[in-house]
Design a protein around this ligand. Structure first.
Ligand SMILES: [Fe+2]
Ligand SMILES: [Fe+2]
Length: 195
C-alpha cells in the first residue's frame, strides 16, 4: 500500500515523472544515425508506475531494439533473433495501448484528436512491420525499409511522450492513471500470447 509520501511523489506532472526515469545520461548520444549509441533510461524499482511510466518503459525497449537492429546485416543470427522481438513488442504495445489508453482518451472530447492521430500512425507502422516480416532478411531492401519503420516509430513514441501524455495527464486523475496501468499490462500479455 502506498504511503502519503509515495502518493505525493507520484502526483507530479508527466514531465516530473520523466525526470525520475533516469539521469542526464539517458537518451540518444549521436542522433538517429548513431542509433546504436542509444542509452536506455532505467526506471527505479521503487518508482510507482502509472500508465505513463509504463508506456514509456515499452517505448525505451522499442528504441533499444531498433538501435540493435540497425546494426544487423543480411540474414544474420542477430536479425533473426531481434526482429521477431521488435515485431511482437510493436504489435502488442500498439493494440493494448489502443484498447486501454487511447480508448480512455477517446472518451474525453479534448483527447479525441490526439487519439485518432496516434491510432492512424499505429496502422501505418503495423502495415510496414507486416511487410518486413514477409521480406527475406537477405534482401538488399530489408534494412532500407526497416529504417523507414524505425523513423516512424521514433517519431511516434517521441510525440506520445512529448504531446499526448501531458495532454492525457490533464484529463486523467491519478487513480485513473494507476488503473489504466494495470489494465494495460493484462491486455498486453493477452495480445502477446495471441501473436
Ligand atoms: Fe502508440
Ligand atoms: Fe506507445
Amino acid at each position: 500500500m502506498k504511503g502519503e509520501g509515495d502518493r505525493q511523489a507520484n502526483s507530479g506532472r508527466f514531465q516530473g515523472g520523466a525526470a525520475r526515469l533516469g539521469g542526464p545520461e539517458g537518451g540518444w548520444k549521436t542522433g538517429f544515425a548513431g542509433a546504436a549509441a542509444y542509452v536506455p533510461r532505467v526506471i527505479s524499482q521503487e518508482t510507482p508506475m502509472s500508465i505513463f511510466t509504463r508506456l514509456k518503459q515499452d517505448h525505451d525497449r522499442q528504441r533499444e531494439l531498433i538501435a540493435q537492429l540497425c546494426e544487423t546485416e543480411g540474414d544474420s543470427e542477430g536479425r533473426r533473433d531481434l526482429w521477431p522481438q521488435l515485431f511482437k513488442e510493436l504489435e502488442a504495445h500498439a493494440l493494448a495501448e489502443e484498447q486501454i489508453f487511447y480508448a480512455a482518451l477517446m472518451e474525453k472530447p479534448d483527447g479525441t484528436e490526439k487519439a485518432r492521430h496516434s491510432v492512424a500512425e499505429h496502422k501505418e507502422m503495423s502495415d510496414i512491420a507486416e511487410e518486413l516480416s514477409e521480406m527475406a532478411f537477405s534482401s538488399s531492401g530489408w534494412l532500407t525499409r526497416f529504417k523507414t519503420l524505425a523513423h516512424k516509430v521514433i517519431h511516434h513514441v517521441d510525440e506520445e511522450e512529448e504531446e499526448v501524455f501531458p495532454k492525457a495527464e490533464d484529463l486523467f486523475d491519478e487513480a485513473k492513471a494507476d488503473t489504466l496501468e494495470g489494465a494495460f499490462d493484462v491486455r498486453k500479455e493477452k495480445e502477446l500470447a495471441a501473436l
